[in-house]
Design a protein around this ligand. Structure first.
Ligand code: URA
Length: 434
């Protein structure tokens, strides 16, 4: 088989068969197909598209291209949750203990985040001593014992995707629905869970800016999950403004703790309840949404969800007292209000701009090597639909550097758009695909 012939076949609009896709992925991962030929193939796919069958075969080939996380040592149904990412998305910190307290098994392997704020691991490192550098034995036995563990990325999951994604990123071939769906799902399938709940974000702070694209991606990923024999459900949710009020690692952890005490922001709490309910149903702990939501509400009200977070933090070397005394979490030296320069109703918050402001403060990673400042970020006081007067606080900024504070503050103010008439606040859950 020759890569040249496969490129020509795809360029001319024909579907590749299983053997051809397997050849292309195996040889590319092994370094025997050069980047220039794979770039041409990605561009041909970009223009000609892929059939459902081709997309499914590509996903499995990438999922099988490296190691697979073996979760067979864990009893019961393992449920994973994946978010396509956004600003203020601290969902895993609150959701994981909520569902684990209801008996769901969560075994996650996770890498450090590259983005506006850190990933789940960075956020969890706000608890002094918390470590994801644990052995596979520790990981499996912890999930069996307390229902939840997160291990650092020690296995090489879906290396074909890693190599291909980097190539697509520099050849203008990222935004093809089949390629995005197979990229995300190959990693999820290699991560070994029996059921997968996807949170597909849409809006100015999301990868999928347009709602119809988010729905198309959600549908494609659900199909791929089912094809691979995993129960898969996707929730399409709003990311046209930050989720909750907190943006920034330790600030988000604090908000997640408040949510586990029942005092969380309305939108964030609702998202956790919706995702959590689907996780309980997928894990066969609840029969329907009503029962699942009731179970989740109970573990919040009786403190089991918060206790589960403390247990999880302690099991991985962290200080459990931080959960009960969040003032111990990293604190910034400079804390100031950002005052509105305009009066009116908030019409729009350019969400990705808020993410960039957090990055400017040092809350995110520009390169893999960057050091994150866990203490910095924002607490929003006003969101879309709220009325604000001149001089009223739009947000509180937490910073450790005066110049960065000034730059971020100036940019933050420009992210808000005001209007004279009342505006409805956007819908949080846009749809569910299962
Ligand atoms: N995220 C991924 O993991 N892959 C893509 O192709 C796009 C976003």
């Amino acid at each position: 088989m020759r890569m040249y012939d496969l490129i020509m076949k795809k360029r001319n609009g024909f579907a590749l068969d299983q053997e051809e896709i397997a050849f292309m992925i195996t040889e590319y991962t092994a370094g025997r197909i050069p980047d220039y030929q794979m770039s041409a193939m990605m561009m041909a796919i970009y223009f000609q598209g892929m059939t459902e069958e081709e997309t499914a075969v590509l996903t499995m080939a990438m999922a099988n291209s490296g190691e697979m996380l073996d979760l067979s040592g864990i009893e019961g149904i393992k449920v994973d949750k994946h978010s396509t990412g956004g600003v203020g998305d601290k969902t895993s910190i609150a959701l994981t203990p909520m569902v684990a307290a209801c008996g769901i098994k969560i075994a996650k392997m996770s890498g450090k985040g590259l983005g506006h704020t850190g990933g789940t691991i960075d956020k969890l490192e706000s608890f002094a001593g918390f470590s994801t550098e644990i052995t596979s034995e520790h990981f499996i036995s912890q999930v069996n014992r307390i229902g939840v563990s997160i291990m650092g990325q020690t296995l090489d999951l879906a290396p074909a995707d890693k190599k291909l994604y980097a190539l697509r990123d520099v050849t203008a071939t990222v935004d093809n629905m089949s390629l995005i769906a197979s990229s995300i799902m190959s990693k999820k399938l290699a991560a070994g869970a029996d059921a997968i709940i996807l949170d597909v974000k849409t809006g100015s702070g999301a990868f999928m800016k347009k709602e119809e694209d988010a729905f198309a991606l959600a549908k494609e990923m659900v199909k791929l999950g089912k094809h691979a024999g995993r129960k898969t459900t996707a929730i399409v949710s709003d990311m046209d403004q930050p989720l909750g009020f907190a943006v920034g690692n330790a600030l988000e952890v604090k908000e997640a703790i408040e949510t586990l005490k029942g005092n969380g922001p309305k939108d964030f709490t609702e998202l956790c309840m919706t995702l959590g309910a689907h996780m309980l149903i997928a894990g066969e702990k609840a029969e329907n949404m009503e029962q699942a939501r009731k179970m989740l509400k109970e573990v919040i009200e009786d403190g089991r969800a918060l206790a589960k977070l403390a247990e999880f933090v302690e099991a991985q070397g962290g200080d459990r007292e931080f959960v009960y005394q969040p003032s111990k979490l990293p604190q910034a030296a400079l804390v100031e209000e950002i005052l509105s320069e305009q009066e009116g109703y908030i019409e729009k918050i350019t969400c990705d701009e808020i993410g960039i402001c957090s990055l400017i403060l040092g809350g995110g990673r520009e390169t893999k090597e960057s050091q994150i400042d866990l203490a910095v970020g924002f607490i929003l006081h006003k969101k879309v639909g709220d009325h604000v007067k001149v001089g009223e606080a739009l947000a509180t900024i937490h910073a450790n550097d005066r110049d960065k504070l000034n730059t971020a503050k100036e940019r933050f103010l420009k992210a808000y758009t005001f209007c004279k008439q009342p505006v409805p606040s956007g819908k949080l859950i846009k749809g569910i695909i299962s």
